[in-house]
Design a protein around this ligand. Structure first.
Ligand code: NAD
Length: 471
């Protein structure tokens, strides 16, 4: 029986390995992590992450050929294939701070693999890493090896949170990069054999290590760039009276462009887009390509601009101050169908409103009060001004209340601010909400999920991203 071990039981490691276990009953899969609470949660009925369809997959395989454990060394020792899916955040200090990927977790995983291995292993980069990381990993493994052959593969993950199970069941493509030597090609084939249990052969792409590593950064940069492009267009729509939804529809009808990822919003979030673009920027700078670095930086600058533009619109619409006004925040996760708040635009919007002394009442169906308090107390790293960090004061954070119902959040509020496109927000009883709010009652729709005209008929003053203001 082939044995797989995955180091890192997070948003990627957990769901990816659960699907491999489900689709490959002949393979034993162990997902290991240094975090005891995370592994306990994976072994309980309350999984550590919310992802539609995940519970069912885990329930079907857990205890049969899928195991979650903190005994990292034992499972690495036993595995034929070791996936490494640890976090690779942006470095916050030292060389490359604010841009470069922090590979500390990766390096310690690689050193541990070298320490405990007694047999040949395929080591798979599942985390998103800078191009050329495999070279560093090879050095760590081979310089510490005791006659063991390691083959490093790059197999970046393209799943999107919120649709992870669907994406893993039917991936657009599986990408496997490896050395083009006979041993490298054998390793590529071994990993192909795993995916071939359910992924059609034509959807499994094989290439060299550097192309695979760079493809993941490129894919995230292109996706984020589309969002920034449409968001930049949304500002122009508001200035001219065009409607961004209609512009996106017309543009997306062009088969060379296509309709996906053209929704204007308050900005992109999540743990990956910003981090991976910053990483790309750093790699370009290190390779003497400052103009290319500048190009990708702009994607993040437009995203930051979109968030501050939204805050400014709220404050200016509400007679230039939100001080002591209650603002209901609907949605805090960075997108619907996830409880993940990493880099969510809600953090910047809430901080902007708190900076003007608003009182916030926040409701999100999957985000806890602890998460919100933690996110709002944390510093945001400013990569242009790394020394100008200002933590939120504890008194400011006290102006935030988390509630478990959209109607509770909007009671006596001056404004409703929609920051996540949860489906349930589309069917709220806005007449009821209007009746219980202060007047004039404002709606600021950061995701274009509600029908602005219907809300105007009720009596709301409505601002929606990229929509004519007098619509
Ligand atoms: P995560 O923070 O949810 O999970 C990483 C896990 O690794 C944590 O539970 C951590 O405790 C564990 N870990 C760290 N060092 C370890 C070690 N030495 N031994 C054992 N466990 C260790 O991160 P994630 O969202 O799953 O992302 C993982 C990687 O996948 C990142 O590189 C990310 O960029 C990439 N990625 C993420 C997504 C996504 O949607 N989240 C999609 C594609 C790729």
């Amino acid at each position: 029986m082939v044995k797989i071990c995955c180091i890192g039981a997070g948003y990627v490691g957990g769901p990816t390995m659960a699907v491999i276990a489900l689709k490959c009953p002949s393979i034993e899969v162990a997902v290991v992590d240094i975090s005891v609470p995370r592994i306990s949660a994976w072994n309980s009925d309350q999984l550590p992450i919310y992802e539609p369809g995940l519970d069912e997959v885990v329930k079907q395989c857990r205890g049969k050929n899928l195991f979650f454990s903190t005994d990292v060394e034992k499972h690495v020792f036993e595995a034929d294939i070791v996936f490494v899916s640890v976090n690779t955040p942006t470095k916050t200090r030292g060389l490359g701070a604010g841009k470069a990927a922090d590979l500390t977790y990766w390096e310690s995983a690689a050193r541990m693999i070298a320490d405990v291995s007694k047999s040949d292993k395929i080591v798979v980069e599942k985390s998103t890493v800078p191009v050329k990381t495999a070279e560093a990993i090879e050095k760590i493994l081979t310089h510490n090896s005791k006659g063991i052959n390691y083959q490093i593969l790059s197999n970046p993950e393209f799943l999107a949170e919120g649709t992870a199970i669907k994406d893993l069941f039917n991936p657009d493509r599986v990408l496997i990069g490896g050395r083009q030597s006979p041993e490298g090609l054998k390793a590529i084939q071994a990993l192909k054999d795993v995916y071939a249990h359910w992924v059609p052969e034509e959807n499994i792409i094989t290439t060299n290590l550097w192309s695979a590593e760079l493809s993941k950064l490129a894919a995230n940069a292109f996706l984020a760039q589309r969002i920034s492009s449409v968001n930049a267009m949304s500002a122009l729509c508001e200035a001219t009276g065009a409607d961004v939804t209609e512009v996106s529809y017309a543009v997306g009808k062009d088969t060379r462009i296509g309709p996906k990822f053209l929704n204007a919003s308050v900005g992109f979030g999540g743990s990956c887009f910003q981090k991976d673009i910053l990483n790309l920027v750093y790699i370009c700078e290190c390779n003497g390509l400052p103009e290319v670095a500048e190009y990708w930086k702009q994607v993040i600058k437009v995203n930051d601009y979109q968030k501050s533009r939204f805050v400014n619109r709220i404050v200016s619409s509400m007679f230039n101050t939100v001080a002591n006004k209650k603002v209901a925040i609907l949605g805090f996760a960075f997108k619907k169908d996830t409880g993940d708040t990493r880099e969510t635009p809600a953090i910047d919007v809430c901080k902007g409103l708190l900076g003007d002394k608003a009182q916030l009442s926040i409701y999100d169906p999957q985000v806890t009060e602890d998460q919100i308090q933690r996110d709002l107390s944390m510093n945001k790293f400013d990569w242009d001004h790394p020394l100008h960090l200002q933590p939120m004061s504890p008194t400011t954070v006290k102006k935030v209340h988390t509630v478990w119902d959209a109607y509770e959040a909007t009671k006596d509020a001056h404004a409703v601010c929609i920051l996540t496109e949860w489906d349930e927000f589309k069917t709220l009883d806005f007449q009821r909400i209007y009746d219980q709010m202060q007047k004039p009652a404002f709606v600021f729709d950061g995701r274009n999920v509600v029908d602005g005209n219907k809300l105007r008929d009720i009596g709301f003053i409505v601002y929606a991203i990229g929509k004519p203001l007098d619509a």
